[in-house]
Design a protein around this ligand. Structure first.
Ligand code: ZN
Length: 189
């Protein structure tokens, strides 16, 4: 397994639409395992392949809270096949938008269809944080970030701060200071 660098906005690769995988073969399983390890190390609770620069429709999740424990979930070609009329608002964050959080409104419950790590098709009913997280990760596969769901004013402010933070990080790295971990892993999707 390998730890892979996570892209941060604004990076053009995060705005691209990812391609479905033809089958869950050993290469896709290796990608899933690398993504899971990278997500745990960040640390985060969800990661989509484009966040590590691979434009394939693959996501991994692992939510471990008192009320929701999913264990590691691997999904290839995930799609929402059913969504509730009822919406819910959750303060989202993203490993590709470090240290910024914003309320995003999404359907409260969704059924997601995907191929699991063995290539078997599954339908999974998701609610609560899992529903939010799955929709956030599927958005990544379509080149959509959570900041695309908020006002342009707030989005542009966040993007400006990210560019500034990136320059500071590059300076820190040049001077040999270690990179920061996610400050709020509960929200790092
Ligand atoms: Zn994200």
């Amino acid at each position: 397994m390998a730890l892979l660098p996570i892209l941060t906005a604004p990076d053009p690769r995060l705005k691209k639409k990812s391609k479905p995988v033809e089958a869950v073969d050993d290469d896709v399983r290796r990608l899933m395992d690398d993504m899971l390890e990278t997500m745990y190390a960040a640390p985060g609770i969800g990661l989509a392949a484009p966040q590590i620069g691979v434009l394939k429709r693959v996501i991994v999740l692992d939510i471990d809270r008192e009320d929701v424990k999913t264990g590691p979930l691997f999904m290839a070609n995930p799609e929402v096949v059913e969504a509730s009329d009822e919406d819910v608002s959750y303060e989202e964050g993203c490993l590709s938008v470090p240290d910024h959080y914003s309320d995003v409104v999404r359907p409260a419950e969704v059924t997601v269809r995907f191929l699991d790590r063995d290539g078997k098709q599954q339908d999974m009913k998701c609610e609560g944080l899992l529903a939010t997280c799955v929709q956030h990760e599927i958005d990544h596969l379509d080149g959509i970030l959570f900041i695309d769901h908020i006002s342009a004013l707030k989005r542009n402010m966040i993007l400006r701060k990210l560019l500034k933070a990136r320059k500071e990080k590059e300076r820190d790295e040049a001077e040999g200071r270690p990179a920061d971990k996610a400050k709020d892993p509960e929200h790092a999707l």
